[in-house]
Design a protein around this ligand. Structure first.
Ligand code: ZN
Length: 433
């Protein structure tokens, strides 16, 4: 295979804390070396002047709607959106139609994903058909390639069943991802508060999330399965997770960009592209999200990329929950976390690559020699306006529509191959290979 040399680039590697100006040499799809300067005969050159290189992003919470709802997105358009956002590995949630709860379901994903240019991992269901009644066969799922188990948006409400799931997952070595929501309090249009009352729509109280977070934390055994809590959005849930971590409990958590950028005030315009679950909360919750990111309570930033068709999102009240995220996540992090000084760029990249790879036990998230050459090159300073029509996703439901963000992915490289080149796409220039 060919040799690729990325020169004159700022190299950031959160897996070893590296921040230097130099070159990355890639051979046979793997990183061979990272050095201050390198000259290699016959190598294809990529000039990284003015750009930052980092491990490809790992998004541990996406919905590609495949099989069953491929009019919203499919594994290949989802992968294209990921590539454009600098995401080289994703974990798909199992709430497809049918749900991914068997060897056959995983086999379909595996076969179709081979055509994708990024790495697609799949979470399998905890219960059959996401019905919350009977556990799936974790041994079978693990053997068929499941990277984790989760009932995501249909959380397991039966305490005994969830406890049994954690025991089984520990035995089979499968990470458990939990969407914390007390279903007895679920089913509203947006966060329950002043804005929901002013609009006269049913609210989802913060207690729906907090009750479930408390339940999940209480089920963690000292020597049992580590538990990962998905898309945390409330101040109280972060406080509980922070305390549990201080007590040594084996818990990790993620949040999503929309929770550190927006609040429920955005719903005043009745635009369903600001509706997701958990919902946008209050300004004090948004501040708590940023505090939890800054103090290390948050382990990962994932997008919860949830495509829907425009006609489904047209009605504010009846629209399904979920927003796009893959093509805006890095820029949202740079604009709202790094530029204001809440965290360093190295820490942002850790939250978006090294740490989620570690939680899932998958490769990626590092530029160490021998690692797969999954790399992004981006501009820290370039400003761009989010135009939904230019997204690579099949869907258009981004809450960032029309917003100016700072930070632009220029190249996405997977296994040493350039799979996204922003310049070529917008100016018709083709890379020198
Ligand atoms: Zn969820």
């Amino acid at each position: 295979m060919r040799t690729l040399l990325i020169k004159n680039v700022r190299v950031l590697d959160p897996s070893c804390g590296r921040d230097m100006l130099g070159s990355i040499l890639i051979r046979d799809g793997k990183i061979e070396s990272v050095e201050e300067s390198a000259e290699v005969e016959g190598a294809v050159l990529l000039d990284g002047c003015g750009l930052t290189a980092a491990p490809g992003l790992v998004d541990m919470h996406v919905h590609f709607r495949d099989p069953g709802q491929t009019y919203k997105e499919d594994l290949l358009t989802g992968a294209a959106a990921a590539a454009a956002g600098g995401v080289t590995s994703v974990l798909c949630m199992p709430n497809t139609a049918p749900a991914v709860d068997s060897e056959a379901g995983l086999a379909y994903i595996k076969e179709k994903s081979e055509k994708a240019k990024i790495h697609i991992y799949q979470a399998a269901a905890i219960t059959r058909g996401l019905q919350g009644k009977e556990l799936t066969d974790f041994a079978e799922l693990k053997h068929a390639g499941a990277a984790a188990v989760s009932d995501d948006g249909r959380p397991v409400s039966d305490d005994g069943l969830m406890r049994a799931a954690l025991e089984q997952a520990a035995l089979k070595g499968l990470p458990v991802l939990s969407h914390c929501e007390d279903l007895a309090l679920a089913g509203g249009v947006m966060h329950e508060g002043e804005t929901s009352r002013a609009l006269g729509v049913k609210g989802i109280p913060a207690a729906a999330e907090d009750n479930a977070t408390a339940r999940e934390l209480s089920l963690i055994q000292p020597d049992g399965c580590p538990l990962h809590i998905c898309h945390v959005s409330t101040a109280a849930s972060f406080d509980m997770i922070r305390k549990a971590k201080a007590e040594g409990k084996r818990v990790t958590c993620e949040t999503a960009p929309h929770y550190f950028v927006f609040t429920d005030q955005k719903l005043k315009g009745k635009n369903a592209n600001f509706r997701m679950n958990p919902p946008l909360r209050t300004e004090s919750d948004r501040e708590a999200v940023i505090r939890a990111i800054a103090d290390g309570t948050v382990d990962a930033i994932a997008t919860d990329h949830a495509p829907h068709a425009p006609e489904e999102k047209a009605n504010f009240v009846s629209a399904p929950n979920g927003v796009l995220g893959l093509e805006t996540s890095l820029a949202a992090g740079i604009t709202y976390l790094v530029k204001p000084g809440h965290i360093t760029l190295l820490r942002l990249l850790e939250l978006m690559s090294t740490s989620p790879a570690r939680i899932l036990g998958i490769s990626g998230g590092t530029l160490k020699p021998g690692a797969p050459a999954d790399i992004i090159l981006f501009s820290m300073e370039e400003k761009w306006t989010v135009d939904p029509e230019k997204l690579h996703s099949k869907a258009r439901n981004t809450p960032f529509a029309g917003m100016e963000l700072t930070g632009r992915v220029k190249y996405t490289i997977v296994g040493g191959n350039v799979i996204f080149n922003e310049e070529a796409e917008h100016h018709g220039v083709h890379p020198a290979d």
